[in-house]
Design a protein around this ligand. Structure first.
Ligand SMILES: Nc1ncnc2c1ncn2[C@@H]1O[C@H](COP(=O)(O)OP(=O)(O)O)[C@@H](O)[C@H]1O
Ligand SMILES: O=P(O)(O)OC[C@H](O)CO
Length: 501
């Protein structure tokens, strides 16, 4: 029999599906990645095709094994991590989605949220799900599908439809419809899950008209949920042994196991999470309280600051403004000028998340003069990522009572040294970039590996975390405060731009 030498992580992100093989040392053996279609049916609406998600994800999983010359029999377990909140509803019998996946960024349910607020449910939702009422989360997206897809509500009430976030959808397909589950971290993003009592919240389900029969069973994040179907990986029955939302997986992959440890992931959006241990810490400053994971027979909580647009603003420079050819170029262009020349860009393309929570905010560029060049706009775009992070860090310090000394970072955009240095400057704290920046996938691999005994315990994981580079603040305090003050003024201009529906 082949020795089980590897863990396969499936990282289903907002813009691409990735598969990564990790070895026992937590090192990357091979990566395969495929972008998929972003569907924008109307301004502010975002969808994905669930079949394309499954197709690209299973495709890159097979491709990475081939690339690495690893046989499925050598894989000890699969760990899944996913873009969170994105909602799929499908027919239990045919396995076919009844509608496209409604993506976390989609704003179409803003009016449903306003209605929930009018009905006085905001505080109840905050106290029991840890979330603010916002179109970001899955609950209102399910309601929208049931209300707008012909025959969907009837079928759902008969028990013929299932709901899942992307983790659930992938596990369902990997097991060919045998297993309908999710993990605590993903459940906590639905706005339907009571994170104090650890159960689907009956009051919210009733208010939203979502039948409980659609909902997956909630399991720990490190757990054997089932086995891959025979045909998916050439006859191997690989245990699917870990699942977590991508931001919680990154917190795990960064070995932030102690209360007070925090990380920030710079991808499409930017998400800062701080471990708060077994304590539900409510936020008074616009953050979310969320489940970090269920591991070792208990759940742990985190405070989260969710920034909707970070790297996506860089993609916008590339795809829409066409002033760069690839994301990497931004570093060179930003350092060709000494500063942003007074230009601020607020990338509120899909409203603003933490700490503002304004579904009606829209993007803006302010401070333009005749001297403003493309380089200044590029620089202002990168700077906006760092400013948004400061907004969130301040809220987090306030809520947790902890002054962060070091921020661990990961995700695609941390390759940008200008951004990392500016981040450290504008926060006034050290920024630690680890050797493995694919921390999301690594976290999913660790969760899966722990469930099958590939790694023994969290201590083994902590030992493997290594820093690549530390960025230290060098900017004078008064300069950084002046810059940040300008940002706050720019944000004011973008809030409440769109009219409420
Ligand atoms: N060198 C870079 N500088 C700035 N942004 C970058 C750089 N490299 C990648 N990005 C941005 O990072 C994002 C990709 O990161 P990734 O972690 O793969 O995101 P996701 O998981 O959300 O799809 C893209 O939005 C891209 O624009
Ligand atoms: O796909 P990412 O990495 O941008 O992550 C998306 C988040 O999970 C949304 O909450």
């Amino acid at each position: 029999m082949d020795a089980k030498k590897y863990i396969l992580a499936l990282d289903q992100g907002t813009t691409s599906s990735r598969a990564i093989i990790f070895d026992y040392d937590g090192k990357i053996v091979a990566v395969a990645q495929k972008e998929f279609t972003q569907i924008y049916p109307k301004a502010g609406w975002v969808e994905h095709d669930p079949m394309e998600i499954w197709g690209t994800q299973s495709g890159v999983a097979r491709e990475v094994l081939e690339k690495a010359g690893v046989s499925p029999q050598e894989v000890a377990a699969i760990g899944i991590t996913n873009q969170r909140e994105t909602t799929v509803v499908w027919d239990k019998t045919t396995g076919k989605p009844v509608y496209n996946a409604i993506v976390w960024q989609c704003r179409r349910t803003a009016a449903i949220c306003d209605d929930l607020k009018r009905r006085g449910l905001e505080q109840y939702i905050r106290d029991n799900t840890g979330l603010v009422v916002d179109a970001y989360f899955s609950g209102t997206k399910i309601k929208w599908i049931l209300d707008n897809v012909e025959g969907a509500r009837e079928k759902a009430e008969k028990g013929d439809l299932l709901f899942g976030n992307i983790d659930t959808w992938l596990i369902w397909n990997l097991t060919r419809g045998k297993v309908h589950v999710t993990d605590y971290s993903n459940a906590s993003r639905t706005m339907l899950y009571n994170i104090k009592e650890l159960k689907w919240d009956e009051k919210i389900l009733a208010e939203m008209g979502v039948p409980a029969s659609m909902l997956p069973e909630v399991k720990p994040s490190s757990h054997v949920y089932g086995y891959t179907d025979h045909e998916t990986f050439g006859g191997a029955d690989i245990p699917i042994a870990g699942a977590a939302g991508d931001q919680q997986a990154a917190l795990f992959g960064q070995a932030c196991f102690e209360p007070g440890m925090a990380k920030n992931t710079y991808g499409t959006g930017c998400f800062m999470l701080m471990n708060t241990g077994e304590k539900f810490v409510p936020s008074n400053n616009g953050l979310l309280t969320t489940l970090a994971w269920g591991v070792d027979g208990k759940v742990e909580y985190a405070l989260e600051g969710s920034i909707f647009v970070a790297g996506a603003a860089v993609q916008w420079l590339r795809d829409e403004l066409k002033i760069i050819r690839d994301a990497q170029e931004t570093e060179y262009l930003a350092t060709k000028v000494n500063d942003s020349n007074g230009v601020y860009l607020v990338p509120a393309f899909v409203g603003m998340g933490a700490p503002y929570w304004d579904m009606y905010a829209r993007g803006t560029i302010v401070g333009l003069t005749r001297g403003a060049k493309a380089e200044h706009i590029v620089r202002a775009t990168l700077e906006s990522i760092a400013y948004q992070t400061r907004d969130v860090l301040e809220a987090m310090q306030e809520d947790s009572g902890i002054n962060l000394q070091t921020l661990k970072v990961d995700g695609g955009a941390v390759a940008n040294n200008f951004l990392m240095q500016f981040q450290s400057d504008i926060l006034g704290v050290k920024v630690d970039r680890p050797e493995v920046t694919e921390t999301t996938a690594l976290g999913a691999a660790y969760l899966a590996g722990l469930a099958v005994g590939f790694w023994k315990d969290k201590h083994e994981i902590t030992k493997r975390w290594k820093v690549d580079q530390t960025f230290e603040p060098v900017l004078a305090v008064e300069d950084k405060e002046k810059l940040y003050k300008g940002w706050k003024k720019a944000v004011e201009r973008s809030l409440k731009w769109e009219d409420e529906e």
